[in-house]
Design a protein around this ligand. Sequence first.
Ligand SMILES: [Zn+2]
Length: 364
Amino acid sequence: MPELWQMDDLFTMLKELTELPGASGAEKPVRDYIAKALAGHVDSLEVDNLGNLIAFKKGSGKSRRKVALFAHMDEVGLTVTGADEEGYLKIDSLGGVDPHVLLAKRVKVGDDITGIIGYKPIHLQEPKEREKRVKLSELRVDIGAKDKDEALSKAPLGTPIHFDSETHFLGTSADSPEDGRLPASGRLIGKAFDDRIGCMAMIAVLKGLELPYDLHAVFTILEEEGLRGAKPAAWEVEPDIAVILESTVADDLPREEDLSPSTRLGAGPAITIMDRRTITDPKLAAYFVGVAEAEGIPIQVKQPGVGGTDARVVQVSRRGARVGILAVPSRYIHSPSSVIELSDFVNMLKLLEKALPDMPNALE
Ligand SMILES: [Zn+2]
């Protein structure tokens, strides 16, 4: 058996998954894609009332504890809240978006309308305007409509808007590897690595790993809008042990003062001990670190106190679950152009392949 990260088409799927639109509340294209990818590889696949996709795969044996993996399908984006008389769309954010990353960016409105987030050209800005922070309420999306009616007929209230970004290698002219497989290293630029990278890792585990216990894999909705999908899904699945697969902030940019980074690109998947919302299970975190060290897989501990994930609600659902979080660091996260290092993803897959089979036993 080849290693998990060498599975056919992993790169192709990652590119396709990250390019799909799936702003919070509009995850259907992503859900449909994942359901198709998993057909024939799992024992059951269901969509709950909210739109979470829950996969179940029988193991070769049983574990005393119920085990689940979680990753979220949604990405940050925008939504249409109105239009002004001149035909420009007013917007609000879905998830946490800094208005400064939006200026002059191309977007897709609804299914396939191209738009641009407009901003006053520098020639027209007063000197004071050049220094102030831009507010989301000042921004408009231009879809070329001539007036309010045309704008709202093309993009009715509540139409989701997402970044129009292709996934490419950074720092080379290469597009995709010819064989569609994941290279062992290299930097990728694109949108929505948060958290299609976690979805991709779960797809690889479900397709490529035979585990000695039954596995539930939950692809959640609305993580970026208050962790809303994971709550009912965790109630339904009722895991004893849950691992959340994520993408997290890489804060390794040059800066004036030397502050400790949250995570660094290329230093391996990041394990969370504590973030703003969760203190993870110490034994589970120690288990992952121990396996990584024993197998020579790089791993980094995320700077405590930054960010939050579905782990927050999974941990406190029903009788509670022992949670762990593994994440691929992403620079410029929650923007149209995030950057990841593929070796971090490869090492996450290596770690999952080595650590998952014995995980429930290690926690006894
Ligand atoms: Zn995320």
